[in-house]
Design a protein around this ligand. Structure first.
Ligand code: HEC
Length: 460
């Protein structure tokens, strides 16, 4: 599918993931950094429920309550399960309703914050807003990419799926956003360093019904105002002429929490945790049935030069813990060598051409930390271990370094969040935060700093 895109559109469609049109299509004209959504609303007939507003009222100070109850020993594959359980319990009071009661949950009342510069949509030359861009009005969600049916056919998926995500910063992280964005037209990039104990959450819901994918049976329904997957896949789809948003019901699938903690994770300073929906788990609500998929606090660089990314002696990874009781669909989509990656994170890429000339039909090429490690200003590295900054549409040719090669291994190191992956390109590290990278790019587009705006990275 080819799309007419505005020149500031850096849609990385084929990531076929979560990568929101929102983040890559940068608004061209004067943009309100504090817009809560892209300005497109359903009619009263289509939607009678409330609209979620984002909270940009970043605080000056916040308490680190997590460390009063958090385990304080460095993470190991033995103790990570306990950490993951405690983290969910800690967040339950203000997150349960975000999952289970989306229509009434309010970010401000629960102490969660949004990212400025991300609400507004992308507008075409004709003044029309791409309904897939920005944050939509009902939940303030971003639209992700389309994941092809074959990825989860073993668990019964019969259609292509799209995910939509919401992302919130806790009060501690928001104290950093306060410094970064004190003047929204003059970002203080050197302020990007999360305070200890700071957290960000991301929750994703997907388009298939339980009839189309049995694994989502019983999961909470979220509604978003977006084009349907079917309409997006039409051959003549054009976001600025014939695209139409409708109220689309989704089912909750994945819930991520990332925590800055240099004590439990001394090398990267981060713990990345994922929970996934398990229809067979005990409990009554979707929140109850979000079970750990795993945690990751490093990239296991000791095995980054091995062709399959694992211990040649057959031992386990030491910096990823996986819950072997997680549902099969989620265990089927882990990252390179079994490193942590969630079902919507598209670790598996198809039609890969390696720089040594070999062709690989299916390659697991990613993980939470290898991908997030590319968060730098400006945007200089592919999220995957690729020589190329473009993101081909899923299924079309994707060039990559040979797994285990020296170049490939750059993505699988352990660095503190203050050290950029591409330090020879004068890049500034963004402490593993992707949304900050996109917000800075959106600001540069709005400010006309074209030099730093990532132009159109191969689109579909
Ligand atoms: C292939 C790349 C990739 C992988 C793998 C990935 N992410 Fe992300 N993540 C992103 C991008 C890009 C964003 C920006 C928002 C978006 O696109 O949804 C993001 C956003 C987030 C956010 C919001 C804060 C931020 O950094 O912007 C959290 C939390 C998050 N991801 C957690 C995880 C966890 C946990 C995993 C592994 C289970 C994971 N991610 C795997 C690319 C990735």
């Amino acid at each position: 599918m080819t799309r007419e895109l505005h020149r500031h559109c850096i849609r990385i469609s084929a990531l076929a993931i979560f990568l929101p049109a929102a983040l890559w299509c940068l608004p061209a004209s004067a943009t309100d950094p504090y817009a809560s959504n892209n300005g497109l609303y359903p009619t009263d007939n289509e939607w009678s429920g409330p609209y979620r507003s984002l909270n940009y009222n970043y605080p000056e100070r916040a308490e680190n309550k997590w460390f009063t109850v958090a385990p304080r020993a460095p993470l190991t594959i033995q103790n990570a399960g306990d950490y993951v359980t405690k983290l969910k319990t800690f967040l339950e009071p203000n997150m349960r309703a975000m999952i289970d009661a989306p229509d009434t949950w309010d970010p401000a009342a629960n102490g969660w914050y949004g990212m400025i510069w991300q609400g507004a949509g992308a507008t075409g030359p004709n003044g029309v807003t791409d309904p897939e861009s920005g944050q939509e009005a009902i939940l303030g969600s971003f639209s992700g990419q389309i994941i092809t049916q074959g990825t989860f056919q073993d668990s019964g998926l019969t259609v292509n799926l799209q995910n939509h995500t919401v992302i919130y910063y806790d009060a501690l992280s928001a104290t950093m956003l306060k410094k970064l964005w004190a003047d929204p037209f003059k970002p203080n990039r050197t302020a990007v360093s999360f305070p200890e104990g700071g957290m960000v959450v991301k929750a994703a819901a997907v388009t298939p019904t339980p009839q189309q994918w049995p694994v989502v049976e019983g999961s909470a329904i979220w509604n978003v105002y977006r084009p349907t997957v079917e309409s997006l896949q039409g051959p003549d789809y054009n976001p600025y002429t014939n695209a139409k948003a409708v109220v689309v019901p989704l089912r909750v699938l994945q819930f991520d929490i990332i925590v800055k903690d240099t004590v439990v994770s001394p090398q990267t300073g981060w713990v990345f945790v994922t929970y996934v929906y398990d229809r067979d788990a005990p409990g009554t609500t979707t929140w109850d049935k979000l079970v750990p998929l795993g945690a990751m606090w490093g990239n296991d660089p000791a095995f980054a030069r091995e062709p399959n990314g694992t211990d040649p002696n057959g031992g386990p990874l030491q910096e990823t813990w996986i819950n072997q009781k997680a549902p099969a669909y989620a265990l089927s989509s882990l990252g390179w060598g079994g490193r942590l990656s969630g079902p919507i994170d598209v670790s598996e890429r198809h039609n890969v051409l390696l720089t040594d000339g070999s062709r690989v039909p299916v390659q697991r090429a990613s993980s939470c930390l290898s991908c997030h490690g590319t968060a730098q200003f400006p945007f200089v590295a592919n999220l995957y271990p690729s020589p190329n900054k473009t993101f081909p549409r899923e299924g079309t040719l994707f060039p990559m370094y040979p797994p285990g090669s020296e170049m490939w291994a750059h993505w699988f190191q352990n660095r503190p969040g203050s050290k950029p992956q591409n330090d020879n390109d004068n890049a500034v590290a963004l402490d593993y935060d992707m949304l900050i990278m996109f917000a800075l790019s959106a600001y540069d587009a709005a400010a006309g700093s074209d030099l730093f705006v990532q132009e159109h990275v191969d689109v579909h």
